[in-house]
Design a protein around this ligand. Sequence first.
Ligand code: NAP
Length: 291
Amino acid sequence: MKEHKQGLITPSSPSAGGEKPVVLITGCSEGGIGHAMARAFAARDCHVVATSRSLSSMSDLKNDRRFFLQELDVLSDSSVGGAVSNVLGHFGRIDVLVNNAGVQCIGPLAEVPVSSMQQTFDTNVFGAIRMIQAVVPHMASRRKGKVANIGSVTAQAPGPWAGVYTGTKAALHSFTDTLRLELRPLGIEVINIVPGGIKSNIANSAVASYNRMPEWKLYKPYEAVIRARASMSQGMKSTPTDEFAKEAVARILQNNPPAWFTYGRYSTIFRILNHMPLFVRDFIVRKAMKL
Ligand SMILES: NC(=O)c1ccc[n+]([C@@H]2O[C@H](COP(=O)([O-])OP(=O)(O)OC[C@H]3O[C@@H](n4cnc5c(N)ncnc54)[C@H](OP(=O)(O)O)[C@@H]3O)[C@@H](O)[C@H]2O)c1
């Protein structure tokens, strides 16, 4: 057994990598999409580097030798650099990077503090880019690798009260489209994984961050509907996390993976909204959101 700087106890042999794909995933706290994807990759015989801000949020994976656990905060250059070098030191390679870590940000754009917006963009957009810049040189040296970014269907038809989050996902979708073209000559495939409403902890963290928002001035009458937006993805009919993870992992691992993979509750509705004339879409959204 071997102890790593930022991580946990690891499998005994550094060459344990063998020929199984080595998959690094960000944001693997129990109950979320990253955690379910970690288990789905392991079920497909991959070596899984499950990472999160705190090892305690992945403690159920601790004694399972299929997982190499690392602490990783996508906001920190040193955390990202340390974790990536630990993984390369251990396995000698990273075949798949999944940029899953993400946070919600609820509130009207005219009043959400800019610092909250920046924190959300730093996590959802620049966190993914920080990971990509850390891992791509290694993948390029092997002329082999896959990067999967986790976007959101909400970016296909942005609505009220989640404009910051939707903006980050729209930026990430755009970056992903560019990366797919720019990384191709380096031998790296890029996949945009676009979830609909999937069961996870996202509403809990959205409500927690919403509770730290200032009191709205212009939007006080909308407080209840704004707060309710934090939990919109988590209705009774949200897609089970394991089902989503299994489908997403199958697409990422297949030869010639799709450029985009959309799956989950509301994804059809958002696709239809995306293709509607704006005045029709606005009419429907205004009705639904009581605006
Ligand atoms: N669930 C949905 O309906 C849905 C729909 C569309 C897109 N998505 C996207 O799916 C991804 C996963 O979200 P989820 O629904 O599974 O929510 P979740 O359960 O809240 O998981 C989010 C994960 O991101 C981690 N994270 C947050 N900030 C981080 C940072 N600075 N560094 C590293 N990790 C960080 C969280 O860690 P902590 O536990 O430490 O907070 C957690 O592990 C996100 O990108 C989200 O935007 C989700």
